[in-house]
Design a protein around this ligand. Sequence first.
Ligand code: NI
Length: 134
Amino acid sequence: MKVCRRAHFNSAHRLYRPDWSDDKNNEVFGKCNNPNFHGHNYQLEVWVEGEIDPETGFVIDLKILKDIIKNEILERFDHRNLNVDCLEFKNLNPTAENIAVVCYDLLRAKLDEKYDISLKLWETENNIVEYAGR
Ligand code: NI
């Protein structure tokens, strides 16, 4: 059984590698390399898979999952500049892929290992990544 909690956060970022030339950054990252940053309304889905607890009838109490997402993700990244404000991206390009990996690792550390977790992250309406530890 899989259950899901959705959340969203607004963050600014810039896709950029300091070890590349400006030309190469522009060629690979295009407008996302704007030096003055740009923002996204990120939509996150966190899926938790496990057995239904016969006592509660829940796979996981979604209120508990909501609080973990709030504490681990939203309080870190909502209304932040990922490149400038967030240590997680000090040396990591904040692509949707890398944001998903960081979010996964933060949540994985707080959830019982009896659960399999995966997440989907919408950077835009049409650009979506999914990560489940690989
Ligand atoms: Ni972007």
